[in-house]
Design a protein around this ligand. Sequence first.
Ligand code: SF4
Length: 417
Amino acid sequence: MPAFDALSFWNDPDFAGRLQWYRAVAANRLPAKYLICASIPAGVPLDAPEAALWQALEAGTQAFLALQRRIRAGEAGLAADPARPSLLDLVAELGRRMLSHCNFCRWECGVDRTRGGKLGVCKLAAETRVSTYFHHRGEELVYRGTHGSGTIFFTSCNMRCAFCQNGDISTDRENGEPVSARTLAAMAWILRVEGCHNINWVGGDPTIHLHTILEAIALLASGEPSKGDLEAALAAKADWFARFPRAPGAAFYRGRINAPMLWNSNFFMTPEAMKLLRLTMDVWLPDFKFGPGRCALELARTGWYWETVTRNLRLLRDWGEDFTIRHLVMPGHVECCTVPVLEWIAAEMPDAPVNIMDQYHPDNYCDPGNPKFQERYWPLARAPRREELLSAFAHAKRRGLRFEALSLERSKTGVML
Ligand code: SF4
């Protein structure tokens, strides 16, 4: 995919030395992590007790990291045939096991979602629904590139942000179409062969659908979807009417479908979920919204927000992962949320590219024009003032953050800096 590889933003100082794994996988110069995982043996029978599976995952992760380093350095390649069962199969199996005592996210509800009786905070049993999927032209340039980000929107969420800008999806668990892992794999396959630069897992939040996503990635690694799966996948495609010439040659690494996986999430995952995602996600897009005070509790009914998101961000840093951070400036929340978030990033990961987003608009329970509007959210029923946005940008600039390339590309306010 030379056009993507040649885009000028790669030369921007904000990206110097960053996102190079993602870039190489997007351009098919390197295999995605899932293909590397598929070539490493699981090292354990998949019907072993869960504790043994986690133990094997630890050993498998070390084997993965060693092989990834050698492939990156040009000293090794993928095995000729995928292992059976592979580390990737083990990752998918652990996702299934976790579902039966769900601890995908920090709520750690412990419910058995395979039975569908008692439900957790996300109110989901085992079924996964996709609201829509398409070539997303609205993401940051580094993700939308020239052919769009292959974005799959999942229904429902594990947080309750009163102002959610995707409220129709996140608050309605019946939204969209039920999908199997096979259909999901077919969606990812279609998006990639149509030229998308990545597979962008988002919602709501994708974490609550972790089991289906991991299984779909394992299926993607096993070959081309069937005609029936491809037809089933078209039901939820929002841009089905548009012509995207298929270019399978631009989507393959040495004969295998190859696509960078992008985790676009509120980052409220458990360490166990992070361990599985580490082996399957090539690039991460964490949303870091609320400060360390009570705002997450009052505006999103979510406890443990700050400690969970910062813990997961530190993992990305310590693991040397590719990521960019999003921060949405909320009206009246510059001092309590924006400033501490930017301060934390400056102290902990000053090189991380940040998108300070200025597009907040009153939505969902904060929109006076919406029947769901609640009086207590009047302070959030407005856009951020110009001086609030300028203050956010100025603060980032004072702290030397790498925010301009991502934030100012489409900003109406930041260009005044
Ligand atoms: S995904 Fe999170 S909110 Fe949903 S049941 Fe599992 S732990 Fe609970």
